[in-house]
Design a protein around this ligand. Structure first.
Ligand code: MSP
Length: 665
């Protein structure tokens, strides 16, 4: 094996001089346990990483995007045994399913590290040997607790009610001969690094947690096991296998070519971003940097601990039966719709919630209505008024100047948001441009321009729509690769979208004379009524209601909201004037209410708790600014508030006799 370059900086400097400065970006996902098939939570992490990798390629960076599978350890060995097959045969099958999943979700990884690969075994053994020879690893005896699902050692004092403080599951007592890693040798240096490099652990809350963890004292870490075989042998002692987290973390070196491809390693190391879930940030910001310090290697720039994707506000787990199969979801709604939802709905860093309803709302509102309609209307008008040919623009008015400025500001803004890892904010910025373009159509009224034969003005408007869509295709393609391509295809641009870079978002890239191509709507609207009927027929609704109720009972924690978030709700007192059942929907009542002077219709799922007669005359509290929606085909222009448990439901009312229209805050 070759020795790594001693001074990476020097190596890089030379290469930079040689090639001219070019940005590099090395991003990784955690490597997943093949203990089961992956669920939508895992897809979330990987989709975020994919979006970042794609954006960095788009801005011209030389990207290394790694993912992989963490295949050793006691947990995997036990599962394989329970299925009556050898561990390698077992992991091979599951890892194949990972790769199928990533292909389906358009995950553009550059390398997939399997920890059972030979190249990885060599690196892990060499890493262990070097740290041992340095004197930071010694042999001793471990007696303490072990959480097999987390593959984590715990001292008695850190347990919570005798269980694993990370996952809450029971731990096992372990007593065996082990090798230990003197983490404490590096505690001060690590603390200094964290304090001097605020970008190292993000977000800030996790950084603070890690600082207190280190300050509470680092125990020497047990780094080998002898009571099972499924792992990489300790190089100088065959009776031991290397602790699975040392093995797993080292994948970030293997994938970057450590010890095996000197040039590659010099090019990419250190990693720019290790993206990890919040429960494994400790391994990545304590054990991992200490391994690197012991090897005299530079530390990754950032470890970002993102929140979890919850299912109807509850943690996803197979035992709760609430995991969502990402392949089924993609079959039902399309890959890009799911990618969009994951990237848009969750405020990156915090926990986010998955629900089918929220997914469908996003599809109908943002994708079908905003983006899909913009494309559809624009292409249809270019075909209708100009035979499908993009015209040459004429003189600009303030409207066009405004649109051009917003397009340029949006491209720059998205880049800044991505740089700051504000993924959902990047999408919000793109959607502001989409909103502006839709408004531009309404303001410019191409149909009137056509009728009144204002030819040059109509040319200008149609060009601006086509050009805005071209820029939008470039901006969305990192988030939704297929959608970028589909918009591109409908615009009829011959140059491949793949070859375009950020510079191509500059205004004016669309050539007059390009012939657009009529296509199907890129995001068909989901008919909620039809979906509800299909779900009812298949029993999905019943199952979902159970989970929602369980969630209420368990006081599921929702993420904190700010007072500004709360202030977005317009809560009002309303008076019920009339009520009647909704035919064919035994849970629904249709209410006619007044909110001050205004009369509205609200459909509420309370028919099993209140009769129509009981409702008339009641003063209730409603969300007055909720987007109107149809329930079973009946329009609902607001939502009433009620409290419920599995045993009953009660309306929220005001305690004094306040008039309808009064604000609730
Ligand atoms: N094998 C280790 C990681 C080793 S990295 C050197 C591991 N594997 S895991 O399969 O259990 O989890 C991998 C990642 O998936 C973690 O970052 C975890 O946070 C993430 N997620 C698992 N469920 C998730 C959600 N419900 N939501 C978001 N991320 C989720 O830990």
């Amino acid at each position: 094996m070759e020795t790594p370059p001693p001074v990476l900086e020097e190596f890089r400097r030379k290469e930079d001089e040689h090639m001219g400065r070019k940005g590099r970006y090395y991003i990784s996902t955690p490597i997943y346990y093949p203990s089961d098939r992956l669920h939508i939570g895992h897809v979330y992490t990987t989709t975020v990483a994919d979006c970042l990798a794609r954006w960095h390629r788009f801005i011209g960076d030389d990207v290394l995007f790694l993912t992989g599978s963490d295949e050793h350890g006691q947990k995997i060995e036990r599962i394989a045994k329970s299925q009556g097959i050898g561990p390698k045969a077992y992991v091979d099958k599951i890892v194949d399913s990972f790769k199928v999943l990533w292909k389906r979700y358009n995950i553009s990884y550059d390398d997939f590290v399997r920890t059972t690969e030979d190249r990885h075994r060599q690196v892990v053994q060499e890493v262990f040997r070097r740290i041992y020879e340095k004197g930071d690893i010694y042999k001793g005896e471990y007696e303490g607790w072990y959480c097999t699902p987390c593959e984590a050692f715990w001292v008695e004092t850190k347990l919570e009610d005798g269980n694993c403080p990370d996952c809450g599951r029971p731990v096992e007592l372990v007593k065996e001969e082990s090798y230990f890693f003197r983490l404490s040798n590096y505690a001060d240096r690590l603390l200094r690094h964290i304090e001097e490099n605020p970008e190292f652990i993000q977000p800030e809350s996790r950084r603070n947690e890690m600082i207190s963890f280190i300050k509470s004292g680092l125990e020497d870490l047990c780094v080998s096991r002898t009571t099972f075989d499924w792992g990489i042998p300790v190089p100088m002692d065959d009776d031991h296998v290397i602790y699975v987290w040392i093995d797993a973390l080292t994948n970030y070196l293997t994938g970057a070519g450590f010890l095996q491809d000197e040039e590659k390693f010099a090019r990419y190391w250190p990693a720019d971003l290790h993206l990890v879930g919040k429960e494994i940030i400790r391994f990545h910001t304590i054990i991992w940097p200490i391994i690197l310090m012991a090897l005299d290697l530079p530390l990754p720039k950032t470890v970002f601990g993102h929140g979890w994707l919850l299912m109807e506000h509850d943690k996803m787990s197979k035992s709760k039966g609430n995991v969502i199969d990402p392949i089924e979801l993609a079959d039902e709604f399309g890959v890009d719709a799911v990618r969009y939802f994951l990237l848009r709905e969750v405020s990156f860093g915090q926990d986010g919630n998955f629900s089918r309803r929220a997914l469908i709302d996003r599809i109908n509102a943002d994708l079908a209505n905003d983006l899909g309609n913009l494309l559809h209307r624009s292409v249809a008008m270019i075909i209708r008024y100009r035979d499908g040919v993009i015209p040459e623009p004429g003189a600009l008015t303030e409207l066009e100047q405004d649109l051009q400025q917003l397009a340029a500001a949006t491209a720059a803004g998205v880049n800044e948001h991505i740089e700051a890892l504000e993924i959902n904010a990047a999408l919000s910025a793109i959607w502001r441009l989409i909103g502006r373009a839709n408004k531009y159509i309404d303001e410019a009224e191409p149909w009137t321009l056509n009728k009144t034969e204002q030819t040059e003005r109509l040319d200008t408007v149609l060009y601006h729509l086509g050009e805005t869509l071209r820029i939008l295709a470039l901006l969305v393609k990192s988030f939704m690769p297929d959608t970028g391509e589909k918009i591109w295809a409908q615009l009829g641009i011959s140059e491949s979208i793949e070859s375009c870079r950020f510079e191509n978002t500059a205004w004016g890239g669309l050539e007059a004379g390009t012939k657009v191509v009529k296509g199907d709507p890129i995001f068909p609207r989901i008919d909620l009524d039809k979906l509800a009927e299909a779900e009812e027929a298949s029993g999905v609704v019943e199952a979902k209601q159970e989970t929602a109720e369980q969630a209420v009972e368990k006081k599921a924690e929702k993420p904190q909201v700010s007072i500004e978030d709360f202030a977005k709700l317009d809560l009002r007192v309303a008076e019920v004037k009339a009520a009647e059942p909704v035919p064919g929907a035994d849970r629904l009542l249709k209410l006619t209410v007044t909110i001050g002077e205004e009369e509205r219709q609200i459909v509420a799922g309370i028919a099993q708790h209140y009769t129509p007669d009981e409702m008339v005359g009641k003063r209730i509290v409603v969300v007055a600014n909720l987007k109107p929606a149809k329930l079973r085909g009946v329009l609902s222009e607001g939502m009433l508030l009620a409290a419920s448990t599995k045993d009953g439901l009660g309306l929220v009312t005001v305690e004094r006799d306040l008039p309808s229209g009064a604000q609730v805050k």
